[in-house]
Ligand binder design. Structure first.
Ligand code: SF4
Length: 414
């Protein structure tokens, strides 16, 4: 870890207003970034608005924090503040995700809002050895970065059903072109993300754990309401500190293990050697996020045939079938996903689920969930509607417990 690394961890209740979060931002950044460092500079904030979901679900950055940061940098003399994000590849535009969280230029005190999908991109080679191992040679990153003097990454602290957690490294994916996002998923996600995290090195990271997401993140878990913010000038230190706060042992998390193995992270970074802390230290700030739970396919005798499947499709499948009611209703079924492999032909159409546009050729074999990758909500609703048991079980649960367990909580709350 480079000397000069600093980390500031502060309590910030989930219901904090913009002025309250502005106080936290002053406290977290002023000792380091407030000394005229941004005067006359162009500051680019990269929050997470990956989908059209409210920050109250924990899936996206708290907009009050974004507003507080815009105010902070403008007050400290920044020439311009740009809030830039490109939502998931499923979205044609990021603007509905901004709008759902009431983020518009009128509310940003003079900062501008930029949808990465509307701008130009610049190609960067993916550095070896990570690029070579990931099977990708280049990635197209938003050219808006060329305008910025200071990049501030503002991710949400979320669990991730495949990667364990999604924090600052993965948030950078919102700066790349949509076809590269899909290519990242086709190439296992971890290695391309690590490569991207070496191309784009934000000057500051502000991790938003005011709400955050636990359980089956990154989109389908539950709001965590952990009330914490992490500020740092070192993207790696911020990542490790946030993982510890979430209750992970960083060295056991797969993508950190891979980064250490590839010498992208060293033991000094993992141990915070040479780092200065203000506020809480990570071990004193642990908020234990509920970890993702993989669906128990074997319990329900569900067969998953996933040759050549991308992580984004697997992600949606895991999120759908993490609901035990849905898994129960599809007992004995076969799920086919991914470009490679053949449909087995030994299950009837009522017990076959074909997942993803690349399996179009097998769409007549059973319930076909279209999309590349399919959108979770549409996938869940189609699976729900295609199985008569779902409404029967839902009715029984509703009578017994007063709720319908067939609907994931965050969908019910939308
Ligand atoms: S539909 Fe096929 S190509 Fe598209 S994300 Fe899913 S597995 Fe990958």
């Amino acid at each position: 870890m480079p000397s000069g690394t600093w980390i500031s961890i502060l309590d910030a209740p989930p219901e904090s207003t913009c002025p309250e979060l502005r106080q936290k931002v002053d406290e977290g950044l002023d000792p380091y970034a407030g000394k005229g460092e941004v005067r006359g500079k162009i500051v680019l904030l990269k929050p997470n608005y990956c989908d059209r979901l409210s920050y109250k679900t924990g899936a996206v950055t708290n907009p009050h924090l974004v507003r507080a940061l815009c105010g902070y940098f403008l007050d400290r003399g920044a020439a311009r503040v740009i809030v830039a994000e490109g939502g998931s590849a499923n979205l044609r535009s990021t603007r509905p995700a901004f709008a759902l969280n009431k983020l518009d230029e009128g509310s940003l005190g003079g900062a501008t809002l930029f949808d990465v999908k509307e701008g130009a991109f610049r190609e960067y080679p993916l550095p070896d050895p990570v690029g070579a191992k990931a099977g990708m040679t280049a990635v197209n990153v938003s050219a808006i970065l060329d305008e910025a003097d200071v990049v501030v990454n503002v991710p949400v602290m979320k669990t991730h059903i495949l990667a364990g957690a999604t924090l600052g490294y993965k948030n950078l994916k919102g700066l790349i072109r949509d076809d590269d996002k899909l290519a990242f998923h086709r190439n296992g996600l971890v290695l391309p993300i690590l490569a991207l995290s070496r191309i784009v090195r934000p000057r500051l990271v502000v991790m938003d754990g005011t709400v955050g997401m636990e359980g089956n993140g990154p989109l389908h878990g539950n709001p965590a309401n952990k009330g914490v913010l992490v500020f740092s000038n070192d993207p790696d230190a911020a990542e490790i500190a946030a993982l510890m706060i979430m209750g992970f042992e960083p060295a056991d998390v797969e993508y950190i293990k891979t980064a250490a193995h590839m010498k992208l992270l060293d033991s000094d970074t993992l141990a915070f050697r040479n780092a200065a802390f203000t506020g809480l230290t990570p071990d004193k700030a642990v908020r234990e996020f509920k970890k993702p739970a993989f669906p128990d396919f074997s319990r329900h005798n569900i067969r998953l045939l996933a040759d050549g499947a991308c992580s984004s499709c697997l992600n949606v499948i895991h999120a759908c079938f993490a609901n035990p009611v849905l898994s129960g209703a599809y007992r004995g079924s076969t799920i086919i996903v991914g470009k490679s492999g053949e449909a087995p032909g030994d299950t009837p159409p009522s017990k076959t689920i074909v997942f993803g546009t690349c399996r179009q050729k097998n769409s007549g074999c059973g319930v076909f969930i279209d999309g590349c990758p399919p959108d979770f909500i549409s996938a869940y609703e189609k699976l729900h509607a295609s199985n008569p048991l779902m409404s029967t079980i839902g009715l029984m649960m509703h009578k017994k417990k007063g709720n319908d367990g067939t609907t994931p909580r965050h969908l019910a709350e939308r």
